[in-house]
Write a protein that binds this ligand. Structure first.
Ligand code: GCU
Length: 421
């Protein structure tokens, strides 16, 4: 029996007893035959132009994902944000960057909600591109810089030995540093904005009670989910950057996320076209990987282990994945014509690297409407080889993680598309 489902921060995530009962397949030859729904076939009508896609196809596919998978965001697109600068360090990262810690509040929604953003800006640079992402363990874990506030919110005790009673302490400073190569990113002229993913919904079944979904009616709450809230958080970070940070080029914002945050990032990219590039790192099931491939994690595992992540409707497909009106290649198609990067890791079999690659390949049909070449090949590359044109892909040697190698590929890809020399 496979018990461990991915290692992050040196702690293995264990499946709950109920999730352990669900069979796991790792044998390609045992995958039952399946047919992928065609995102270009809408209500029996074939979409063959980008105009028809934007008018009918895309809205229909987006609606299916909202209603059946990630949930319906009940808030209007324009939300008032009150900002409070908690700290500025003009000499961050050994003098190479400016760091800012800014709290975003949403007075029209509730006085109790706060999204704490940590921003690193390269010094003396104008109109820089910026990565927007969430972190698993608190802003203070992304760096050892001593002035970064330790998160006071609920944290997952399984993510670090020092987390007691689901609270972080000084002992966790920098534990996720390897995932956040801030110096290297800033040195290449990119800004990074990150926030703790649990700020607006702590990641457990009751987390909604202290988060954004607490203000909703039970019906609205079930129609949305934690992944939707995390995607919403990323969009509010974009609002903040566009409205307040003139050093950032608002047309060069890149959404990036690892694993569950990769799933949220793809959904954020689908809902919010201001993400000029979208990057999925090891997002797996419910992210880039094709749901219909019975290999590694399944929809049933997801909904059993993490019942709060998706909308209530998604549970209908636990044992009937072929009834889903969409599959994940259609989600990737929602990024078109924007550049999209999908990355896997060789040991991350739980996330189905091949299924991630295949869905990136299938997304070509939507990119073709814009005369864009996606991956440009049907062959999965060797490890540590970045391929692709408007859709990039690599499979890094090693474990489920996001490391400097991954970031380097994302920066190379962004340099190419933003025409940065
Ligand atoms: C678990 C989960 C995955 C998820 C991962 C992560 O392994 O099953 O779906 O992507 O956690 O977020 O690291």
């Amino acid at each position: 029996m496979r018990v461990f489902v991915g290692v992050f921060l040196a702690v293995a995530v264990t499946l709950t007893a109920n999730a352990q009962k669900i069979p796991v397949n790792y044998d390609e030859t045992k995958i039952p035959a399946y047919t992928l729904p065609d995102p270009l076939l809408v209500k029996g009508k074939r979409i063959s132009t980008k105009t028809a896609w934007e008018k009918e196809g895309r809205p229909a596919v987006l609606k299916m994902f909202a209603e059946e998978v990630y949930g319906i965001n009940p808030f209007p697109p324009s939300i008032k944000i009150a900002t409070e600068v908690r700290g500025i360090n003009e000499n961050a990262l050994g003098g190479k960057a400016i760091s800012k810690q800014v709290t975003l509040r949403f007075p029209e929604i509730s006085p109790n909600l706060a999204l704490h953003v940590l921003l690193y800006l390269p010094k003396n640079a104008q109109k820089v591109p910026a990565f927007v992402s969430l972190n698993f363990t608190g802003n203070h874990t992304t760096t050892k810089e001593q002035d970064i506030f330790v998160t006071e919110n609920w944290v997952n005790a399984g993510f670090d030995k020092s987390y007691t009673n689901n609270r972080a302490t000084e002992a966790s400073r920098g534990i996720a540093e390897r995932r956040w190569p801030m110096e290297a990113i800033v040195a290449r002229g990119y800004a990074v904005a990150t926030a703790y993913y649990g700020d607006l919904e702590p990641d457990h079944a009751e987390g909604w009670k202290t988060g954004l979904r607490s203000v909703l009616t039970p019906e609205q709450r079930d129609k949305w989910g934690a992944l939707g809230v995390w995607a919403w958080s990323m969009s509010r970070m974009v609002d903040y950057l566009i409205q307040n940070e003139t050093q950032i080029d608002k047309n060069k914002i890149i959404g990036v996320g690892h694993s569950r945050i990769g799933k949220a990032t793809l959904w954020a990219g689908a809902e919010d076209p201001r993400f000029a590039i979208v990057v999925s790192n090891d997002s797996g099931e419910g992210g880039a990987a094709l749901a219909r491939r019975w290999i590694g994690e399944t929809v049933e595992h997801l909904n059993t282990q993490f019942p709060h992540w998706f909308c209530a409707n998604y549970k209908k497909y636990n044992k009937a994945v072929s009834d889903l009106p969409v599959d994940q290649h259609a989600l990737l198609g929602l990024m078109a014509p924007r550049p999209l990067y999908v990355a896997s890791a060789t040991e991350d079999t739980w996330a189905d690297p091949k299924g991630e690659f295949m869905s990136a390949l299938e997304a070509q049909n939507v990119y073709s409407l814009y005369k864009k070449t996606g991956l440009g090949t049907e062959k999965m590359p060797l490890p540590n080889t970045s391929i692709g044109q408007t859709i990039g892909y690599h499979i890094r040697e090693g474990k489920h993680d996001i490391l400097i190698y991954d970031w380097e590929q994302y920066m190379n890809f962004a340099d190419k598309h933003f025409k940065i020399k």
